[in-house]
Design a protein around this ligand. Structure first.
Ligand code: ZN
Length: 291
């Protein structure tokens, strides 16, 4: 249940308006803000998030890298679920948050955007200065020779090899994974690398896997130039994103967050708006009429 159910429409509207006004003032006061986004930024695009209001898991924990590497059965299950999940993810569209953040970048309020999401919706909305902290789901790479291919090509091969496989999506997960009903993973066939026969993996950072060092450094470089940090739709429970907020706090930068639930950095925040991201950003753009 969300925090909004026991509020009247008037209270909700007033609260959203007030939240949007405060975030607008924050951005206006600090140009070149570093924005960090998480799953809550994409929920309005139909991609569910991982955690509830307390930051606890809503669904079974995502796949760990070691499980994927260590078992062919696990890889069959992963790709069988992902075959179905990708179709839904690929059709998703940017929402008011993505669109507003792209416009705010053009206007100079957003200096750089770091996202924990792997859906590519920020770029689709027009943001250019983006670091995909956990990679992108639209590419697949060989773990042996490094050759990469576009997910659409891989998807076609996956489909062709499993034309008779039954797959019905029960629930979509934010990483393009999907829970399937009555799937027989043992009969599912997974294509290998065409160049070397190696194991293919989506170019996303799995749980239990480190973010590449150069990517982390790029965000720290952006943080050097930033005058403030705004967190959008992330509980910051994963260290890979939390470390930037902690570093910003150590440097004395003001930090704001728009997030429906608790965040790991609540005690570091100068401003917290506890509302759905898309509703806040939809209203926020009123304060930037020429943007
Ligand atoms: Zn290969």
């Amino acid at each position: 249940m969300t925090a909004t159910v026991d509020r009247s429409a008037e209270t909700l509207t007033a609260s959203l308006d007030a939240g949007a006004e405060r975030i607008a003032a924050f951005l206006t006061g600090h140009r070149d803000t570093l924005v960090l986004t998480g799953a809550g930024c994409s929920t309005e695009s139909g991609i569910p998030d991982y955690r509830d209001e307390n930051g606890d898991w809503k669904r079974p924990q995502p796949l760990q890298l070691q499980e994927f590497l260590g078992s062919e059965t696990v890889r069959r299950r992963y790709w069988a679920r992902s075959l179905a999940g990708w179709e839904a993810l690929r059709l998703s569209q940017p929402n008011a948050s993505h669109l507003a953040l792209a416009r705010l970048e053009t206007a100079g309020y957003v200096g750089h955007l770091v996202t924990q999401n792997v859906d590519g919706l920020h770029q689709q909305a027009g943001s250019r200065k983006v670091t995909d902290l956990h990679g992108r789901l639209d590419m697949v790479a060989c773990l042996n020779c490094g050759r990469s291919l576009c997910r659409e090509v891989f998807q076609a091969r996956l489909q062709a090899m499993n034309e008779t496989h039954e797959h019905r999506v029960a629930a979509l997960a934010p990483d393009g994974d999907a829970e399937l009903d009555a799937a027989d993973y043992e009969t599912f066939r997974v294509p290998a690398c065409e160049a070397c026969g190696g194991v293919l993996k989506p170019t996303v950072v799995f749980f239990g896997e480190s973010v590449p060092r150069t990517r982390v450094q790029r965000v720290f470089d952006a943080l050097e130039r930033a005058r403030a940090v705004l967190v959008v739709g992330s509980s910051l429970m994963v260290y890979s994103g939390y470390r930037f907020v902690r570093a910003a706090a150590e440097r004395g930068l003001p930090i704001a967050a728009v997030n429906l639930g608790r965040t790991r950095a609540d005690d570091l925040l100068a401003l917290k708006v506890r509302e759905p991201c898309a509703a806040v950003f939809d209203r926020l753009m009123r304060y930037f009429p020429t943007t």
